[in-house]
Write a protein that binds this ligand. Structure first.
Ligand code: Z5A
Length: 207
C-alpha cells in the first residue's frame, strides 16, 4: 500500500497512550495553522459507530472471521465518508488506529492468515493508507496497570488474555520491523510530553 500524504496513524496496545498523543498532536498542528481532523477506529461514521458497539459489546460472541469482516466494514465506511474526502481537501488526517491494528490483533493476536487481511485492506481502503505510523510500544503488564487505574469496565477485546496481548505487541514490533520506512517505534513508558516531542519531530518533515 502506498502511503497518502497528510495521513498518519497511531498504533499500539490498549492504554499505550494513543488518545492522549492524538490530542496533543492535533493541538500542536492546529496551533501551526494546519487543518487537521482526527478519527478513531473502529468508528467515526454512523454505521462505523454502530459496528464499534457491536464489536466491543462483551455480550456478543464473535468468531474471528466475523470480527475481521466487521473491523473491515467499519473501516470501509470511514475511508469513504471521512478520510478520503479530508485528504482530497488537503487536510491532515490523524487516525487512532488503522489497518495495522487489524494485522496486529486479528493477524498476530487471533492467528489469522495475513494474505486475506491484506486483500481486505485493498477492498476497504483502495489506495488510502497512512504515509507514516507511530507505534507506541508498551509492555503488557504496564498496559494492564494503566487500564486498571482507568477503572472503566473492560470491553469484549480488553477481556482477552495476557497471552493474546503479548502476541499483539510482538506482532506490532514485527510489522514495524518489516516496514521501517513507514513506522516509528516509540517507548510509550516515557512521560506523555516526551513522546509528543518525538512524534512531532518525526512528523513535521513528512508534511
Ligand atoms: N481493534 C482490532 O482488534 N482490530 C482493528 O482493526 C482495530 C481495533 C481498528 C478498540 O479499542 C479495540 O479494537 C482495541 C483494538 C481492537 N482493543 N483492544 N483490546 P478502543 O478504541 O476502545 O481503545 P484502544 O484504542 O485500545 O485504546 P484506549 O483504551 O483508548 O487507550 P489509548 O488511547 O491507547 O490510551 P489513552 O486513553 O491515551 O491512555 C490510557 C491511560 O493511560 C489514561 O489513563 C492516560 O491518562 C494514561 N496515559 C497516557 N499516556 C501516558 C503516559 N505517557 N504515561 C503514563 N500514563 C499515560
Amino acid at each position: 500500500m502506498i502511503g497518502r500524504r497528510g495521513f498518519f496513524s497511531l498504533e499500539g496496545v490498549d492504554g499505550s497512550g494513543k488518545t492522549t498523543q492524538m490530542a496533543l498532536l492535533a493541538e500542536a498542528l492546529k496551533r501551526q495553522g494546519r487543518e487537521v481532523i482526527t478519527v478513531r477506529e473502529p468508528g467515526g461514521t454512523p454505521v462505523s459507530d454502530k459496528i464499534r458497539r457491536l464489536i466491543l459489546d462483551p455480550e456478543n460472541a464473535i468468531v474471528p472471521a466475523a470480527e475481521l469482516l466487521l473491523f473491515s466494514a467499519a473501516r470501509a465506511q470511514l475511508v469513504s465518508e471521512v478520510i478520503a474526502p479530508a485528504l482530497q481537501a488537503g487536510k491532515i488526517v490523524l487516525a487512532d488506529r488503522f489497518g495495522w491494528s487489524t494485522l496486529a490483533y486479528q493477524g498476530y493476536g487471533r492467528g489469522m492468515d495475513p494474505a486475506p487481511i491484506r486483500e481486505l485492506f485493498r477492498i476497504a481502503c483502495g489506495n488510502v493508507w497512512p504515509l507514516h505510523s507511530f507505534l507506541l510500544d508498551l509492555p503488557v503488564a504496564s498496559m494492564r496497570a494503566r487500564l486498571e487505574t482507568d477503572g472503566r469496565p473492560a470491553d469484549r477485546m480488553e477481556r482477552e488474555s495476557a497471552a493474546f496481548f503479548h502476541r499483539v505487541r510482538e506482532g506490532y514490533l514485527t510489522i514495524a520491523g518489516e516496514n521501517t520506512d513507514r513506522f516509528t517505534v516509540i517507548d510509550a513508558g516515557q512521560a506523555a510530553e516526551s513522546i509528543h516531542g518525538e512524534i512531532l519531530a518525526q512528523l513535521i518533515p513528512l508534511l
